[in-house]
Each structure stands twice: as structure tokens, then as C-alpha cells.
Design a protein around this ligand. Sequence first.
Ligand SMILES: Cc1cc2nc3c(=O)[nH]c(=O)nc-3n(C[C@H](O)[C@H](O)[C@H](O)COP(=O)(O)OP(=O)(O)OC[C@H]3O[C@@H](n4cnc5c(N)ncnc54)[C@H](O)[C@@H]3O)c2cc1C
Length: 472
Amino acid sequence: MKTVLIVGGGFAGINCARVLAGSPQVSVCLMDRRNYHLFQPLLYQVAMAGLSPADIASPIRGLFAGSENVRVVQAEVTALALPERQVRTSAGSFDYDYLVLAAGAQHSYFGNEQWEEHAPGLKSLEQATEIRRRVLSAFERAECEPDPARRRALLTFVVIGGGPTGVELAGAIGEMTRFTLARDFRSIDPQLTRIILVEAGPRILPSFDPALASQAARELERLGVQLWVNGRVSEINATGVHVGEDHLACHTVIWAAGVQASLLGAGVPAGKDPQGRVVVGSDLALEADPRVFVIGDQAHFRTGATARPLPGVASVAIQQGRHAAQVILADIAGRPRLPFRFRDKGQLATIGRRRAVLQRGRLRLAGSLAWLLWLFVHIYFLVGFRNRVIVLMQWCWSYLTFSRGARLIVEKQWHSYRAATLRDAPADSGRAAPADSGRAAVPAAPGGPAPSSLRFVAERTAENESGARRSA
Ligand SMILES: Cc1cc2nc3c(=O)[nH]c(=O)nc-3n(C[C@H](O)[C@H](O)[C@H](O)COP(=O)(O)OP(=O)(O)OC[C@H]3O[C@@H](n4cnc5c(N)ncnc54)[C@H](O)[C@@H]3O)c2cc1C
């Protein structure tokens, strides 16, 4: 029996494992640093409070609970040792006969990684909930902000990147402010919100037909989104964004511009394209090591020397995942490897309520019908029956009521004893507790006050001791 190690439980990895599941010739190890499969095309709805994180994620272990030959491991791959047929991970080393790399992509700030702090991208649930927190907090703060300039900055939202993700995000902010938040606030007029979509190229949705892109631009403007095309971002900091000569004072910036393949590809003996994607052969394997496959967003695949490489979209990842599995099974059975053929299912982007654009072959659609197809496709590809039902119900509810049920500002701080409070306390606050406080005094560190975390631990320990004394 051959061991197939799949790195990544995204669209590519999951679909590869599904084809191999149940096959008596292989033992599959599906590894991901997260314990869930994430449906990234709906991440923007989590960021815009339309859906909850659990609605678009499924535990990977649950997906393969009934497949005896699939073992799921939560671990991060840290290095590849291809000559030894081994990968090194946070959970130790794993051997393989066939390796499938499907680790996806991450954001690229084009060498300006310091921008990330001020302009999170949208690739993970953590980022989506952080964007949600920033957007909703901006409205809450604007409600109590007396200074008009600061209030204006709080109500200015800048989305950088005019591809499908940027368009969907900008449209969703426009829709949320105009339809959902408009009735909730008393001191601010959410209609005054400025949403600016900055695109470096001459038009948004560059991969779509120009007529469809123009239609999408009109729909965005209808939702109050300003389009800044040919806008080159030169700086992002705590005060806002510099676009060319202009400085946009704003509180919330979202990055939807650049993508870079997983850094795991760096250790692979093959060519890389400018986005770091690994160049693979016609069967999706490495020419230098045919037992190693690279698929999905991590791979650079083209059908011929003149053809354009396939884009980083879900349908490519799904089909490549299935194909890599079939090649492995053929290889084990001694059959020839077939080349990968991509069947183009078209592309879709939605722009708020009842508006979308669809392009498939010669077919061009815009408006409500495209939006219905968008709904259908996303429900169909969403992993897990529960998620499908819940998302469908959420959408029906939002459509009828204009509400967004997941409008929660969830902070990252979880301690009951907030470190910030202790840090802000007077330096000697831990030394001598008031006589009637019932707390023991906490000794200060020699040469000055204890660091806040130390004081925090010391205070809790003292509290426990005094509690123990009380009960004794
Ligand atoms: C916001 C957004 C919207 C999108 N919208 C659309 C859309 O509308 N239509 C469309 O077709 N496509 C869309 N895409 C693109 C689509 O989601 C991707 O093309 C697809 O997810 C690629 O699948 P993948 O399996 O290659 O990678 P991913 O789905 O990214 O999966 C990679 C997996 O590898 C894991 N991983 C990474 N590194 C390691 C490591 N070192 N060790 C262990 N595990 C690791 C990750 O945790 C992840 O689970 C969108 C993407 C984003 C971000």
C-alpha cells in the first residue's frame, strides 16, 4: 500500500483526498495547519457580518470520518526533505510515497509587509473577523465622535484592489451602510460614509469582459462606492492611505490587491513564476520528481507555451485535486499518466443585493439572473449539508429583512484581568494592598515595579491564597 501525503485541506487537497478515499491501494494522510476547510469565496460575507465564521468552515476530520484509509492530521509543514521522501512538520516528520502540495496562497504587499498592520487582507477567518471588528468599531466610534474631521475619517473605508474580492467587499460595505446600519445609528448618517475602491489598473475586474466590468462599476457607484482607477498606493499608515499625490484620511483600509503562493513552494526543485507558484508538468507533477504534485493556488500550470497560466480560482483547484488523485491511482496501477485538461466553468462576481456579473465562454450576464446563479453556485460548492442549509436560510432572512445577523464586535482580549488595566495602574499598586482589601501585598521586583504580566500572576496567586485562607 502506498502512502499519499496531502498538504492542505483547501479545495485542491480536499478533492484529491475524496477521490483517493476508499481506494485499497493507498493510505492517505491529509494535513493542514487548521482543523477546518474554509470556503474562501464567502469570506467577505463574514467580514461584512452577513455570515458567521462557522457557516463557511467545516472540520476536516468530520469530512473524512467515514473513510478508513484517510488520516487527518492538524500540523504545519515547516520544511520539505524531498530526497528522503519526508516532510517536516510541527508534529514531527512524515514519510510518503506520493506528496501532493496544495498549500494555497497568501497576500502579497509587494515588499511592504508593514502595511499589513493597517490594511489586513482577506484570506482567513481571523482576518475576516478582524475586518468585521474594524468596520463595525468605526461606526460605533463615529457615533460618539464630536470632531467632524475625525468622524469623516472614521466613516471613510478604503478597499485596495479592484478584482472580484475588492469589488465584493466594497459593494457589501455600501450595502451594509445604506440598508442595514442607516436605521441603527442616531448621531451619524451612514449615508455620509465614503467607500473608495482603489485599483492600480485602468479598470476594475480586469479578468472580465470590459462591458461587464463597466456594468459592475455602475452598480458599485449606485451603492455609493467611488472608484479610483489608475491609483497607485504608495503608503499606508495609521493616518490613512497615500494614493499618488493624495492622502486619504481614513480609519479602515482593506487589502485585496496582491497574492503570493505559499512559501512552501520555495523548497521545491522547479521553476517559479513571479507570484512564487511552482511550475508543474502536464500531469501536475514536478518534472524533476514525478512523485511530487503541486496543485491549486500553489501551482503554475499552462496548457502550452503561449497559453496563459490558469488563474487561482476554486474550479481550477477542485479539478486539479481530482486529477492529481487519478494520476496517482493510474501510476500505482501501472497505467499511463494523463495530462490535465481544465474545463472552464466561467467566472462570477457579485455586487451587493440582486446584482452580479457572470462570464462563461461567450455568455455574458449581468443583473438579477447572474445573482441567482451566483447564489446557486456558492450554495452548491459550499462544503457540508449543515452549512448549505444555514447559509441559505441566512440569505433568505437578510434578503427579506435587510439585516445582518453577525454584527458582533469580538475583541481579541480574553483575559478577565485585563493586562492593560494592570499596566495603567500606578507603579506601586501591587506593593501594598489596602488594609481592608483582603489581598496579600505583592512584592515589587527589585529595581522597580513588576512587569504587568508578572504583577497579574502575582495578584491572582495572592488572591487565591487569601481565598484559601478565608475558606479555612
Ligand atoms: C476572499 C476570497 C474570495 C474568493 N472568491 C472566489 C470566487 O468567488 N470564486 C473562485 O473560484 N475562487 C475564489 N477565490 C479563490 C479560491 O478560494 C482559491 O482559488 C482556492 O481556495 C484555492 O484552493 P487551494 O486548495 O489551492 O488553496 P486554499 O483553499 O487556500 O487551501 C490551502 C490550505 O493549505 C493549508 N496550508 C497552507 N500552508 C500550510 C502549511 N505550511 N502546513 C499545513 N497546511 C498549510 C491552509 O491552512 C489551507 O487550508 C477567492 C479567494 C479569496 C481569498
